[in-house]
Every structure is written in C-alpha cells, then in structure tokens.
Design a protein around this ligand. Structure first.
Ligand SMILES: NC(=O)c1ccc[n+]([C@@H]2O[C@H](COP(=O)([O-])OP(=O)(O)OC[C@H]3O[C@@H](n4cnc5c(N)ncnc54)[C@H](O)[C@@H]3O)[C@@H](O)[C@H]2O)c1
Length: 271
C-alpha cells in the first residue's frame, strides 16, 4: 500500500509559507485537492497557483484567530470541494516575553492564533469529516509542547495546551473514525525561524546554535515535517491517534542537552 490522497480534500491552515507551504505541496504531490487558509493573501495565492499546476489548489483568506473567518472559510471549502478529509492545523505565530513583559494583548494574540485557531478549525471541519465517514487531523505543535525556552511564556503555554486539545479530540472523535495527532518539530528552517534569528545582534550565531541543538547536527527542513504530517494523515497511520510525534532531529533525546553530551561525564571516553 502506498501513501496517496487521491480524491481527498486537505485543508492546511497557515499554508502560504514555511511548514504549511511544504505540507500543502506534499499533499498536492500525493494527489490531494488542497485548500490553503492563511492571512497572507499574496503568499497564499502564489502558493496555491504553483500547486495548481499538479493538483487542484485554492487559497482562502482567513485569520484562524477569528471564529467568523474560520467558519466562512471552511464553509467555502466545503462548497467548492464537496467536503473535507484532512485538516492540518498549522498556522502559528512566535512572540516573546516573560509574564511581566507579556501584555494581555500579546497573550491573547498568541492564544487566539496558536491555540484557538486549532479549536475553531476543528469545530467547523469535524462535521464534514463525520459526514464522510472519517478523517484525520494533524496539529503542528512543537518540542515546546513538552519543554520550554525562556522568554516565551505565551508561546510555550499555547503549545502545551495544544497537546491537551489533540488528546481530547482524539477521544471525542475516535468512534467516528477521525484520528487526531500532533507533530512536534524542533528548529525548522522557515521564515518564522529566520525572523526570530534576525531579532538577535548575531543571526548567524543563532542559526549555528539551532543546528547544534539537534542530535543530527542540523536544523530540520519544512519538507521533513510535511512528510511526518502526511504519514500521520495517511492510512499507514490507521492505528495511531492521540499521539505526539517528535520531528526534532533528536533534540529532546540527550540528557542535559547536546553540550553535556559533547563535554559532560563520559564524553572523553567516546570512541
Ligand atoms: N519553524 C520552526 O522552527 C518551528 C518549530 C516548531 C513548531 N513550529 C510551528 O510550526 C507552525 C508553522 O511555523 P513556520 O515556522 O512554518 O511559520 P512561518 O511564519 O514560516 O509560516 C506560518 C504561516 O502561517 C500564517 N499565519 C500566521 N498567522 C496566521 C493566522 N492568524 N491565520 C492564518 N494564517 C496565519 C503565515 O502567514 C504563514 O503563511 C507554527 O505553528 C509554529 O509554531 C515551527
């Protein structure tokens, strides 16, 4: 059995750029019709246009933080494509601050996009999946579903909460043959990561550190996350639900982090 999504309709939120764009491309290559929901109309239309050369792909302007916009966009997708089989809840933003430095507006912005965006999307997509006899939801979490980085209180909180939402939905819809899983990427080379690095006085040093954080010694590529998402959405993952799949190049494996592995107890005896 090979993985293919022929006759399947896939919605990718945040599908204009980065991991979402690579995911939309992956599903198009695998035969799906793809609907991209994104706030960035220029980039979204461009991505849909390039995908449209190999598959049916449409762009829908949508801020996932807005319940009304999500409801309208999902209704448009169902009208245009006839239903939805796969939801990739990927749209997210990165914002920085500890709780003192985080304004309520910034906190609400992060929760609206990174957490409620998934809630709104699933709320409107799941009824269509039920009608079609099943489906798959893949949520793009982060290693920060499990761990924290400093000065990122809202982002870390939203990512931890997403995992709870994944587990809750996996139980609620298991009987309807709807599987719900999460991918947890490490540092992935996307516009978001490049922007985050650019905030530092020495972006190149940040990027080099991002490489070294992973046991594999490099950052991930958006396509590598897209492959994991496609796997979880496919029949190859037919007995997987409520799971969190690390796509982190081994980032969370080493006790004490990579620095300890290189210089800590026992490292000198390594062959
Ligand atoms: N890049 C990484 O290192 C990394 C690591 C772990 C998790 N993630 C997660 O992966 C997801 C994608 O990240 P990325 O690095 O590809 O980001 P990106 O900024 O490169 O792309 C994000 C896409 O989401 C869209 N978007 C942003 N806000 C939106 C909104 N309110 N409504 C609809 N679309 C919106 C953007 O326009 C863009 O097309 C996010 O959930 C992020 O938290 C990224």
């Amino acid at each position: 059995m090979s993985i293919n999504f022929r006759d399947k309709v896939v919605v990718v939120t945040g599908g204009a750029m980065g991991i979402g764009e690579a995911t939309a491309r992956k599903f198009a290559e695998l035969g799906a019709a793809v609907a991209i929901l994104d706030v960035n109309a220029d980039a979204g239309q461009k991505t849909a246009h390039t995908l449209g050369k190999e598959a049916r792909a449409e762009f829908y302007a949508c801020n996932v933080g807005s319940p009304v916009e999500v409801e309208q966009a999902v209704a448009s997708v169902i009208r245009d494509f006839g239903g939805i089989d796969v939801l990739v809840s990927n749209a997210g933003i990165q914002r920085y601050g500890d709780v003192i430095g985080t304004t309520e507006e910034l906190w609400d912005e992060v929760m609206a996009v990174n957490l409620k965006g998934c809630f709104h999307s699933a709320k409107h997509v799941v009824p269509s999946m039920k009608k079609r006899g099943g489906g798959a939801i893949v949520v793009v979490g982060s290693v920060q579903c499990f761990t924290a980085v400093g000065n990122s209180a809202a982002y870390v909180t939203a990512k931890h909460a997403l995992l709870g939402l994944v587990r809750a939905m996996s139980l609620d819809y298991a009987q309807q043959n709807i599987r719900v899983n999460c991918v947890c990427p490490g540092a992935i080379d996307t516009p978001m990561l490049r922007w985050a690095a650019s905030l530092d006085a020495n972006p190149e040093k940040v990027l080099a550190t991002c490489d070294r954080m992973h046991a594999l010694g490099r950052m991930g590529k958006p396509e590598e996350v897209a492959s994991a998402i496609a796997f979880l959405a496919s029949d190859w993952a037919s007995f997987i639900t409520g799971a969190a799949l690390m796509v982190d190049g081994g980032m969370l494996v080493p006790t004490g982090g990579m620095g300890f592995q290189e210089g800590g107890t026992g490292a000198a005896t390594k062959t």
